[in-house]
Design a protein around this ligand. Structure first.
Ligand code: F0G
Length: 457
């Protein structure tokens, strides 16, 4: 069967806005797509986080949610699912991924040392490391920066460079290592099991805690099954488990592969660390058996975690990403290749070659695509990377992307055709698209809050 592996049971109308209306809305939003109302967006590819559609089984579970403050039945269901899918039995529910980051990272930075190494940290992870006085460092495999290269594991960490750094500063200066599956900021690119094993070995050798950022663990498992020979015959769930088995713990924003609209997990192998963190969880998130989530949210997550590893779901999802990529390829629109798990990352820098990184081509292209087609994507590039808090200097991203992140089980392939068409039209007018200048910038997490104007206006 070629079609989507689900039927649509409830629909949400898509707003229609004229070009003039979109111009007015974008101006009011000061060219920052985060400040648009969703009522003004026709196809929303801002994020795949918390924007998916739940299944009927999840909605059914929701109705049976147990809202007891302590020891709820829904927590027990979640515990059963977490153990079955990840093998971890010590975990805290948290309100979303960054809730877990806030609990774990300051503790390890204070106890061990400032450096937090990874393939490439997500922006909230980077922010939590810096807020804790730590230093986030990315050791991404160099192939990831060559967007045309078909290297299959562009999410891999550069283990040699990591090891050299650990030897230089001393292992006790490293708070932890976080391997992000898939690596979001570089295109939803997978990390191979071989690479995860190497990183785990490195962490064991130097006695450094090894954590996964497992927000997209199922998409990672699906992509490595296709690309890593030794895994070709394995079940997705078993592959995911092999990754979890390597780690001392994981952070998970459940809003992605957990298939829920809100929620997260922080899991730990060691019971001792669980109890060390427990008071902070109670103070910041909630009691240990709810951690900031309603019972019904945990009930839906318990179902979502299992649905996440369904191969039919993952084939449709990655297939839709590839379909959009295939359409763009046909018109010579550059993007990170091969396409990853949760979206297409258009290379705004090459789409708008007359712009420099200081013109923020990803921000400009996001604004232009909204005007053209009512499609909302987002910059993942130099503007999102922000500034080094010590020097105030901008951090240069590996590439200037416009991310088109596809929500799970929400849009059809026909919508992808609308998105592609918007970009085709823009391509013809690319030389006329100006860069943007920043008119207001907050001191941190600037991409969410900044204001822009077109250059030359
Ligand atoms: N880690 C990764 C890899 C993420 O992509 C995100 C969120 C988080 C952690 C934080 O999780 O949002 O639940 O607090 N990514 C979203 C995105 C926001 O659009 O990519 P959260």
């Amino acid at each position: 069967m070629k079609g989507e592996p689900w039927r649509i049971k409830m629909v949400e109308p898509i707003p229609r806005l004229s070009r003039e209306e979109r111009e007015a809305r974008l101006e009011m939003a000061e060219l920052n797509v985060f400040r648009l109302s969703s009522e003004d967006v026709m196809i929303d590819l801002l994020t795949d986080s918390g924007t998916g559609a739940m299944s009927q089984a999840q909605w059914a579970a929701l109705l049976e949610g147990d809202e007891a403050y302590a020891g709820s039945r829904s927590f027990a269901a979640l515990k059963e699912a977490v153990e079955a899918v990840t093998g971890f039995s010590h975990f805290f529910p948290v309100h979303q991924g960054r809730g877990g980051e806030k609990i774990l990272i300051p503790h390890l930075v204070q106890r061990r040392g400032p450096y937090v190494l990874g393939n490439m940290h997500f922006d909230t992870t980077r922010a939590h490391i810096e807020l804790a006085g730590g230093k986030p460092l990315d050791f991404l495999t160099p192939e990831a920066k060559d967007l045309e290269s078909l290297y299959p594991f562009k999410g891999n960490a550069d283990v040699e460079a990591m090891e050299a750094f650990i030897q230089e500063v001393g292992p006790n200066q490293v708070a932890l290592v976080i391997l992000t599956l898939t690596c979001n900021s570089v295109g939803g690119q997978p990390v191979s099991l071989a690479n995860a094993r190497e990183v785990a070995r490195l962490c064991r050798t130097y006695d450094i805690p090894f954590f996964l950022d497992a927000a997209r663990f199922a998409e990672n498992a699906f992509l490595v099954r296709e690309r890593e020979k030794e895994l070709a015959e394995e079940q997705i769930g078993d592959i995911a488990r092999r990754f979890f088995d390597l780690a001392d713990g994981f952070l998970m924003s459940a809003k992605k592969d957990g298939l829920v609209n809100m929620g997260g997990l922080l899991a730990l192998r060691e019971e001792e660390l669980y109890w060390e963190l427990a008071p902070a969880v109670i103070a910041l998130e909630g009691y240990l058996t709810y951690g900031g989530l309603s019972g019904r949210d945990m009930a839906a997550l318990a179902v979502g975690l299992k649905e996440a590893v369904d191969p039919h779901h993952l084939a449709q999802r990655t297939g839709q990403v590839r379909y959009l990529a295939h359409l763009l390829e046909g018109e010579g629109i550059p993007f990170q290749k091969p396409p990853g798990g949760h979206g297409v990352f258009v290379e705004a820098g090459r789409f708008l070659p007359h712009l420099t990184p200081e013109d923020y081509p990803g921000v400009a292209l996001a604004a232009a695509l909204y005007l053209e087609a009512g499609v909302r994507g987002v910059e993942v590039g130099t503007f999102m990377m922000g500034r080094d808090p010590e020097t105030g200097k901008e951090r240069r991203a590996p590439a200037e992307f416009l991310r088109l992140a596809i929500p799970r089980r929400v849009y059809t392939d026909r919508h992808m055709e609308d998105v592609a068409e918007g970009l085709f039209h823009l391509k013809r007018r690319a030389p006329q698209i100006p860069g943007v200048k920043v008119t207001q910038e907050p001191h941190a997490l600037r991409h969410f809050l900044a204001s822009f104007a077109w250059k030359g206006t």
